[in-house]
Write a protein that binds this ligand. Structure first.
Ligand SMILES: [Zn+2]
Length: 207
């Protein structure tokens, strides 16, 4: 064992307080649990959400993830009444970042799911919700926050895959949908193509 702490470890320590990201606003959710023993957290799952759907900037998503949403406040909420869910992170349209669950803990965002040969993706993934509507485009500020967050996550966890809810629950979930620019994220992160879902085109070899 080396006697000194490697620079990259020191940097990761500055970014994280346990599994809480220092550059997020923290709003702890009761909707989480322990991960199975020995879990390797190697997957980031991207989602889109807005409440009511297509309306941005309100407090409803924060309320949903903390079990304080007023189910009577909008007709749509009857469809999700009683739902107890969470994601680790939520990125608003202006790039503002919220965290609800310690990254070391298991959040409730994936549901029935399977990816890279493993079921129950909640066990070993980090869930990130983008404020938006599946199929619609996302904002530049959201990509900037997402890129910083993914980079920080990869310093704390052995991330090897990033996929959409639509890829881990195909046919059941459509988010984040065709409006999400996977190529833009891949270019920004400069992670290898094998980290991304199939169908994301390879970047040009020379640039
Ligand atoms: Zn989703």
């Amino acid at each position: 064992m080396a006697a000194t702490t490697a620079p990259e470890v020191q940097q990761a320590t500055a970014l994280w307080c346990g599994g809480w990201y220092r550059f997020a606003r923290h709003l702890p959710s009761p909707n989480f649990g322990p991960r199975p023993p020995g879990t390797t957290i190697d997957l980031i799952v991207l989602h889109s959400i807005s409440l009511p759907p297509g309306e941005y900037g309100g407090e409803e998503v924060l309320s949903l993830f903390t079990n304080t949403l007023d189910w009577e406040a909008h007709p749509y909420f009857q469809q999700i009444r009683g739902l107890q869910v969470s994601a680790h992170f939520f990125i608003r349209r202006d790039g503002q970042l919220w965290q609800f669950v310690d990254g070391d803990a298991r959040a409730w965002h994936a549901g029935t799911s399977s990816y890279r040969g493993r079921d129950n993706c909640n066990d070993d993934s980090i869930g990130i919700e983008l404020e938006g509507l599946d199929g619609e485009a996302f904002e530049s500020a959201q990509y900037e926050t997402l890129m910083s967050l993914c980079t920080a996550l990869a310093q704390r966890y052995p991330i090897r895959h990033i996929a959409g809810h639509e890829h881990i629950a195909p046919g059941r979930k459509p988010d984040p949908g065709a409006g999400f620019a996977w190529q833009q994220l891949q270019d920004a992160l400069a992670w290898e193509a094998r980290c991304f879902p199939e169908g994301v085109p390879m970047p040009p070899r020379s640039r």
